[in-house]
Design a protein around this ligand. Structure first.
Ligand SMILES: Nc1ncnc2c1ncn2[C@@H]1O[C@H](COP(=O)(O)OP(=O)(O)OP(=O)(O)O)[C@@H](O)[C@H]1O
Length: 246
């Protein structure tokens, strides 16, 4: 769980495993025999061209889409096709790319909304998040709509963390942010990982996304074209030429 010492986990300790998954929208297939794994202590980054299916991977893991074939296993249990609200209770959180906070609600209310699926006292966990992200405490009574883009992204992470997930799925955390703000948000992604949450992240800014990740997957046409340690992908001339802009 979030809060435990991530260093205790073995490096090859798989927490999430997607195996041979086909998935898509209606009759339109997007994912084609897609397989990936996420270790308990790591950040893995999905990169690749527009339309490759990166967001579709997250939606399939989170139960917004049902795998047509193959399996999605969390902590050894098959979660493929479970409803998102049940997947949240299992220990998987999701931060979508857009509409990830309630603008008309205060920061404090947004955080409480993040914990609606918990029936215990949210106070200690929310206090812990205020300690970790002081900007949220400073603005706790302000409406989320008044936050800057980077602050909203931090609130979106924190909201997902109220459930103390073992795995957090994050879709394009740097989308629409200025480079400096994006760097701060990436630092927060690392901070969340340091708290013991494994992260599977989609990132359009492939170089920066891989730079903070342990492992990377390059998706192309719904399947994994390359995978390696993140540094290995960044150093791979072919990956660099084809997918990272040279
Ligand atoms: N709700 C939907 N209904 C039908 N097709 C969709 C839907 N969402 C995405 N698609 C299609 O699925 C394919 C993969 O989309 P996806 O959003 O997973 O790609 P992506 O790799 O995340 O790319 P991007 O960086 O552009 O978001 C695209 O062809 C897209 O048009």
């Amino acid at each position: 769980m979030f809060g435990e010492d991530a260093a205790d986990a073995a490096p090859d300790d798989t927490v999430l495993e997607v195996d041979g998954v086909d998935s898509g929208y209606g009759e339109v297939q997007v994912l084609d025999d897609l397989s990936l794994t996420l270790a308990r202590d790591e950040i893995a980054c999905l990169v690749g061209p527009n339309g490759a299916g990166k967001s579709t991977v997250l939606k399939t893991v989170f139960g917004m889409l049902t795998p047509w074939t193959g399996s999605v296993r969390f902590d050894g249990r098959d979660i493929g096709g479970m409803a998102p609200e049940d997947i949240v209770r299992e220990g998987v959180g999701y931060v979508p790319q857009t509409d990830n906070v309630f603008g008309s609600l205060s920061i404090a209310e947004n955080l409480r909304m993040g914990g609606v699926a918990r029936d215990d006292d949210l106070g200690p966990v929310i206090d812990g998040l205020y300690d970790r992200f002081p900007i949220l405490e400073e603005k706790r009574e302000a409406k989320a709509s008044t936050l800057s883009g980077g602050q909203r992204q931090v609130l979106a992470f924190a909201r997902a963390l109220v459930m103390e997930p073992d795995v957090l799925l994050i879709d394009e955390p740097s989308a629409g942010l200025a480079p400096n703000t994006a760097d701060e948000v990436f630092a927060d992604v690392q901070a969340v990982n340091d708290l013991g949450t494994a992260i599977l992240m989609v990132e359009q800014n492939a170089k920066k996304g891989l730079a903070i990740s342990d492992y990377g997957y390059v998706l192309d046409q719904g399947t994994v074209a390359y995978e390696d340690e993140a540094d290995g992908l960044l150093d791979n001339p072919e990956v660099s030429r084809l997918y990272l802009g040279g």
